[in-house]
Design a binder for this molecule. Structure first.
Ligand SMILES: [Zn+2]
Ligand SMILES: [Zn+2]
Ligand SMILES: [Zn+2]
Length: 175
């Protein structure tokens, strides 16, 4: 059972931050740079990461329309977004591992308790000798339909199952 919180890291607009250092610069637009001497240079700027091309476009090739100015802060904004995203991912991963460890500790303690022995008995009694999965074989284990009330389960959250049915329920556990 994987309890690690799934995360896409997408922002409000559903965009997943990209690593500006690994950008392929697939979407570029022509931008105007104002030089110290007041003259203008025209370069293509990647709208994804903010990187500018190193070479300027000859003025003769600049289209005759208003060219928007370069966004000088775009790259550092993208870089900060990327770093914040990395930090969030790392923190969520740590949280997930901690929650998993905590869950399995409580799980183990519960399985070893007298309370669990009682629940197990009542589930087997209800099953009356037949697996609640197939109705054919004898039940040998108890399966949790939900762990929501772990430690104080309702009987309907527990199923007496045979090995074959339990294996089908947890194909990844190697039961
Ligand atoms: Zn780029
Ligand atoms: Zn069965
Ligand atoms: Zn199970």
């Amino acid at each position: 059972m994987v309890r690690t919180t799934a995360t896409t890291g997408a922002d409000k607009e559903g965009r997943i931050p990209l690593n500006p250092a690994a950008c392929a610069h697939d979407v570029t637009e022509l931008r105007r740079l104002v030089m110290r001497n007041g003259g203008a240079q025209y370069k293509r700027q990647c709208v994804l990461c903010g990187k500018k091309t190193t070479t300027a476009l000859p003025h003769s090739e600049v289209p005759d329309r208003e060219i928007p100015p370069v966004d000088e802060e775009l790259y550092s904004r993208r870089f900060e977004e990327w770093q914040a995203f990395q930090r969030t991912q790392a923190a969520q991963w740590v949280d997930g591992v901690r929650q998993d460890a905590d869950f399995w500790m409580r799980h183990g303690a519960h399985m070893a308790s007298a309370k669990w022995a009682g629940l197990r008995d009542r589930v087997f009694r209800r099953a009356a000798g037949k697996c609640e999965g197939c109705g054919l074989r004898a039940p040998v284990q108890v399966h949790h339909l939900s762990h929501k009330n772990m430690g104080d389960e309702f009987l309907w959250e527990l199923q007496a199952v045979c090995m074959d049915c339990h294996r089908r329920l947890h194909p990844d556990k190697g039961l």
